[in-house]
Design a protein around this ligand. Sequence first.
Ligand code: GLA
Length: 388
Amino acid sequence: MIESVAQGFASKFGDADGVVVAMAPGRVNLIGEYTDFNDGFVFPMTVDSGIYIAVRARDDKTVRVASIRYDELVEYELDELETPKPGSWCSYVLGVVEELRLRGHLTHGFEAVIDGNLHLGAGLSSSAALEVATGVSMQQIARFEMDPVDMVKLCQYVEHNYANVMCGIMDQFACGIGRSGHALLLDCRSLDYENVPVELGDYRFVIVNSEVERSLALSAYNTRRAECQEAVEHFRHYDSSIRALRDVDMDLVEKHGGELPPVVHRRCRHVVAENERALAAVAALKSGSLDAFGRLMTESHRSLRDDFEVSCEQLDLLVELAHDTQGVLGSRMTGAGFGGCTVSLVQKDAVPELINRLGDYTARFNLAPGVFVLERNLEAGPVAIDYS
Ligand code: GLA
């Protein structure tokens, strides 16, 4: 990928002399879903594919950025950005560039080519990876220091203000701070984090792409946020120190949740339980209890399906088929839902059997799900070009 993005650069801009390449991987969330904007806990890990950017500084103010996947080139003068169409690939890139310029980090133009091997729009945070990769690449050409967590926050700001998606902080954090061989436990309130070693022995995390487009996701996401906020306001009548669902425990949900509209009651039941599950799952992984980790994944899926209602029949079938497979310890939808991917914890010899069972999925939905066994996850950073 590194070589091919550099070659892509050479074919767009004449040669690749002096080019640097930066990369940020996508992420899969292992557990802790829809907890980030409730100030809770998440436990994502990076995947083995990502977004690559080859970049070279210019002496003047001209910015030229090409996307190989979209076969598009945008060009403008650094100080004269016209707001790009929200959610387009260039809104993420130019949003990061513009915010770095406004903060005084970037004063000259550049040429860049973007490519990647991460599935776009599959719920593996391709947009966060694009933002983080852009930030890292700009650090390479403009040589400024920035705390990685500040870069993550800047990328989330871009997602809010250039793509109009009011996401939590999980995706940018995972893509930017996640380490190879580790998953990331993040406290979304304090932003304290811990890279937890992932030692799975004969087991692997297996990602299955439902190939369902996540068309409903955006509006449903915003509704869920509003419902969680409604629950917070309700519980504050009983305890004024409550600032987010993170501060609510199951006792309170059981005692006073019934006073809420049933839908909102279900939403907060998911979030409160999911926070507990995320912490329990991290403890299970640390103590090598993969069975327990898998069970928690499965409970997470049920809760997302029945209480938070962000699954869909395709994701549910993928999870069911995984459960029917000997050697699968747990399975759940991952990310925002309504399509995208599932993640399962699978004994590695059971992978062919799992793939075999997915035939039922194809038969029912006429979709061929992609299966990815996560062997070696990557971390964001500048990457060396091998010119040999
Ligand atoms: C999307 C958002 C994240 C998070 C998840 C759900 O991926 O970008 O911030 O809220 O959904 O856990």
